[in-house]
Write a protein that binds this ligand. Structure first.
Ligand SMILES: NC(=O)c1ccc[n+]([C@@H]2O[C@H](COP(=O)([O-])OP(=O)(O)OC[C@H]3O[C@@H](n4cnc5c(N)ncnc54)[C@H](O)[C@@H]3O)[C@@H](O)[C@H]2O)c1
Length: 388
């Protein structure tokens, strides 16, 4: 029997929109044991909040997240705000007994991430970090092929996450570019996703060397209405310092002996959201490119050598994860579907009292690698992840 549970979303812009879509679409396409009721949308700007709530069907609005958490009728808290707020909201939500669906990167640092995990464990609530790319059917297929032994012993992970949205020096100093609100730049923002995928597909990371850099050290302060992903100073002329890195590269050793590389930058013109990885093993190889997200490339050493080569698998058959609930073969899915898949699995975990991955435990492990990367970059030394 399906039961209702009330959701409060905190943050109503980019992720607020993606998550709202997911809360709404999950029960339409999947048999979920819990019907999410879109109860409260919480943000900072009352007028845009009203329009947001009306458009997406949130019943009420609030500009005070503490009030929202204090409400007894809220069962699930969706944290879609910048990461400097994740810790305080997640700990308060856990203490109030709410299940937590939280955006990445989990926290500003390892101490915060550990406190979030402890609060959620102490409260016995379901906790989830939204690394949505795990739930792309083609990525799930990569996981299946690895688990079936088709790739054999993994030698290499080669991952990159490249974007270009701050290449323009006129792009304003948004919250993403300040340490006190973002923690770090593309390292926490983009490498966090790649680390999660690497941990999912290859395994835990043992040691890290890293390098970061800044290309543009000052930017105009954002004017009223400056858009997150569009350039333009909004008329402001006053400048402020960029206090996070613009690019972060890492070379890592996995616990299982594989070697890996990670590249994260927001300075790669032509690369809009280029989340890409290659995995090389003793029996085969895999390539995934988010910009062609319905496809997985697979090379098998088992193929006769006269017919060897990367084959492109269109992961839209009903046997591929989640696909049977959407469309017939070849009728591709997109970015927003990843979030729906996460919501579906989250609701199942809440209903069964089970676990969804990646959760706060994964978040802590990932934050450790992120911190190791920054420490390695600052020191120029190789850093053992377990020593953090
Ligand atoms: N999973 C992904 O692929 C993905 C993609 C983009 C962003 N993110 C993450 O999602 C989070 C939000 O990013 P975004 O791009 O949606 O940011 P955004 O700037 O588009 O939106 C931030 C929202 O937070 C709200 N907010 C800020 N302070 C608040 C407060 N004190 N109380 C209530 N609301 C407040 C703002 O009003 C706004 O609605 C970040 O942690 C980011 O790293 C994840």
């Amino acid at each position: 029997m399906t039961r209702d549970m009330n959701v409060a979303i905190i943050g109503t812009k980019f992720m607020g929109k993606a998550h709202s879509h997911a809360w709404k679409s999950a029960p339409n396409f999947f048999d979920v044991p819990i019907r999410p009721v879109l109860k409260v949308a919480c943000g900072t700007d009352e007028s845009s909040l009203k329009a947001f709530a009306e458009r997406w069907g949130w019943q009420e609005i609030s500009t005070n997240w503490q009030d929202v958490i204090a409400r007894e009728d809220i069962d699930i808290v969706d944290i879609s705000v910048p990461q400097y707020l994740h810790h305080d909201i997640a700990v308060a939500a856990a203490k109030a007994g709410k299940h937590i669906f939280c955006e990445k990167p989990m926290a500003m640092n390892l101490t915060q991430a550990q406190a979030m995990l402890k609060a959620a464990q102490d409260a016995g609530v379901v906790h989830y970090i939204n690394h949505n790319y795990r739930r792309v059917p083609a990525v799930m297929l990569a996981k299946q092929l690895i688990d079936e032994g088709k790739i054999g012993r993994i030698f290499h992970w080669r991952g990159c996450y490249l974007q270009s949205w701050i290449t323009d020096p006129n792009f304003p100093l948004t919250w993403h570019l300040r340490k006190e609100t973002a923690g770090s730049g593309p390292h926490g923002d983009l490498n966090s996703h790649s680390i999660d995928l690497a941990r999912f597909l290859v395994g835990d990371i043992k040691s890290v060397v890293g390098m970061t850099t800044n290309f543009i050290k000052e930017r105009s302060l954002p004017g009223a209405g400056a858009a997150t992903f569009s350039a333009g100073s909004g008329g402001a002329t006053e400048k402020g310092e960029v206090t996070v890195e613009d690019a972060a590269f890492m070379v890592v050793e996995f616990e299982n002996g594989a070697l890996g590389s990670f590249e994260a930058t927001r300075f790669a013109p032509g690369r809009k959201n280029y989340n890409y990885f290659e995995i090389y093993g003793s029996k085969g190889s895999l390539i995934f490119d988010l910009e062609r997200m319905n496809e997985l490339q697979y090379f098998s050493e088992a193929d006769p050598n006269y017919a060897q080569g990367f084959r492109t698998i269109l992961a839209t058959e009903s046997v591929h994860s989640y696909v049977a609930n959407w469309w017939p073969p070849g009728h591709i899915i997109g970015y927003e579907h990843e979030f729906t898949h996460a919501v579906v699995d989250f609701l199942k975990a809440v209903d069964s009292g089970g676990v969804i991955r990646p959760n706060f435990e994964d978040g802590v492990a990932e934050t450790r690698v992120l911190e190791a990367g920054l420490k390695a970059a600052a020191s120029g030394q190789r850093v053992m992840v377990a020593e953090l």
